[in-house]
Design a binder for this molecule. Structure first.
Ligand SMILES: Nc1ncnc2c1ncn2[C@@H]1O[C@H](COP(=O)(O)OP(=O)(O)OP(=O)(O)O)[C@@H](O)[C@H]1O
Ligand SMILES: [Mg+2]
Length: 188
């Protein structure tokens, strides 16, 4: 009973987030974000969850800034790290790498878990998709995390991709250092 109501409440919250994400382009609150600081904050928020599974979270963060919506960017990183911790077995390793490349910033979240099987690679960003990967914890996800992350990334004119190299999970977010919308607004 209790599990079911927790599940239902999570689903409703996730749906509301998803609904909001679909309107993200119209409501970006862009400021200059210190990306390495933000990643450290998100990693800190997940510290206990990682500790509980004896997982190591390695950070390799270039000191870069990006013009972005701070809370949406936080939610993107939060979703990716949350997945990495959830789908990686105990004693695994997760690394987050940020760098700058040709007018863009790149965020990679890489884990030593089972990764996404080839047949599921097309579907992971679809709403409500949950694959075969086993997650720890009692309350299951809604399968909206990556769909929301994709909406947010695209609202910034960026891309999110599953990198199919290596055995584990590997997600890469590429964001323009300055979203085109903002550049256009200034030029007008
Ligand atoms: N790091 C990862 N390793 C292995 N599989 C993953 C990883 N990240 C995502 N997946 C797969 O992609 C599916 C979709 O991920 P998504 O974040 O959208 O949903 P969820 O985590 O199951 O639920 P929610 O995010 O709503 O709590 C997951 O159910 C899982 O099968
Ligand atoms: Mg998720």
């Amino acid at each position: 009973m209790r599990d079911n109501s927790v599940k239902l409440q999570r689903l409703i919250e996730d749906l509301l987030d998803y609904q909001r994400a679909l309107h993200a382009p119209a409501s970006l609150e862009v400021s200059t974000v210190q990306l390495d600081t933000l990643v450290r904050e998100v990693a800190d928020a997940h510290r206990l969850a990682a500790l509980a599974k004896a997982q190591r979270v390695d950070l390799d963060l270039a000191p870069v800034t990006v013009d972005a919506d701070l809370e949406k960017l936080r939610s993107i990183i939060d979703n990716l790290l949350g997945n990495a911790i959830k789908f990686t077995p105990a004693a695994g390793t997760i690394s987050i790498v940020t760098r700058e490349a040709q007018g863009a910033v790149i965020i990679e979240v890489i884990d030593s878990g089972p990764g996404v099987p080839p047949v599921e690679r097309e579907a992971v960003f679809d709403s409500f998709f949950r694959g075969r990967a086993k997650a720890g914890g009692r309350v299951e996800g809604s399968g909206l995390g990556l769909a929301i992350a994709r909406e947010y990334v695209e609202a910034h004119g960026g891309r999110i991709a599953l990198v199919a190299e290596g055995p584990g999970g590997h997600f890469r977010v590429t964001l323009p250092k300055r979203p085109a919308l903002l550049v256009m607004a200034e030029a007008a």
